[in-house]
Design a protein around this ligand. Sequence first.
Ligand SMILES: [Zn+2]
Ligand SMILES: [Zn+2]
Length: 407
Amino acid sequence: MNRLFVFLLLLIPISVFAAGGKVTKSNGIAPDRYVYYPGTEILAEEEIRIIACGTGMPDARRLQASACFLVELGNGDKFIFDLGTGSMRNINSLMIPFEYLTKIFLTHLHTDHWADLISMWAGGWTAGRPGALEVWGPSGTRENMGTKYAIDHMLKAFNWDRTTRSVQITPKAGEIIVHEFDYRGENQVVYEENGVTIRSIPAIHTGDGPVSYIMEYAGMKIVIGGDTFPNTWFLKYATDADWVVHEAFMTPEQFVKYYGQPPQLAWRACCAFHTSPQGFGKVMSTIKPGHAVAYHFYTEEIIRYDVFQGIRETYDGPLSLATDMMTWNITKDGVTERMGVSPDAAFATHGPTRQPPPDRGTPSEFTDWTLKHRWDEGIQPAQKEMLDRHMEKYNLQDQDWREQMKK
Ligand SMILES: [Zn+2]
Ligand SMILES: [Zn+2]
């Protein structure tokens, strides 16, 4: 073996270890560990950070929530693309005040892409969000297949929740403003504000309606693909992007083996109304993004290997196989991938705006039938001192409604 080769071999482990930095003394501080601790880094003006808050399947296992990507921009704007089942737990772990999490874009109306909208709606409301949520989403072929219909009826289904919280908390945060747009729009602008442009293109999934989104900010372009069979709109409009996420479904065999699906459904799910790993690779090698991200599969290694190999049959460019909390920073210089590390038991973090108290003129949702069973005579004396201290600490004398609450 020649000496130069031995020398080069020796360099390999050095460069690998150097990536983790080094601790210089026994009680020293660890340098960059190549993880992202939420809330500890300020984005540069021309920088984008994306956190995968859900990457899995509709069955929403504890390991993986369903589809959700949080996009944070250097100008302070935050956007949520899809809010699939279970993703709210990951969003919560980031400890971002809810008043900054109000702009939500839905690719389509399958539960694994929007079922936690209701959790964000109620959870954020109870945890201090002062205002309404805004939701952007596609129309359908009929009125009752569109985003507006879905959200209007979601709020109807949760009418008891909404009405009673409005009385007790504040009504404003229970509102959802819906911006429904034509699902057939090709590269149509659906949002334009503060230097951010978001466009939609149609997707081809289990029926008409789904879309993908393209965001432009500070001269960068990112693409959030909704569930889709590979389509020519994506090839045309998602080219030259700095970062592209697109589904790559599990293989038919994996669906049979690990997802309990009958073989006839397994191949159609993978490869007829979703995108196979090979299909994902073919799309990416055609549009050549700065960085490609695949998601929508179980991320255990026994599955990842097959998905990875399938993709590599048709694409050899930059690639992440997304799992929950994977985090990307995007600048004009390139894309970095890290894992986000956040606590399981995060506290809600409030922002600068406090919710106003409810209007005392709002009719109560109680009847005397219920109220006459309040045990005020036993409980008010027991909690009086503790509540007196609270009223004094926060100057709530004019909102001390203990007397009025009694029957
Ligand atoms: Zn879907
Ligand atoms: Zn899906």
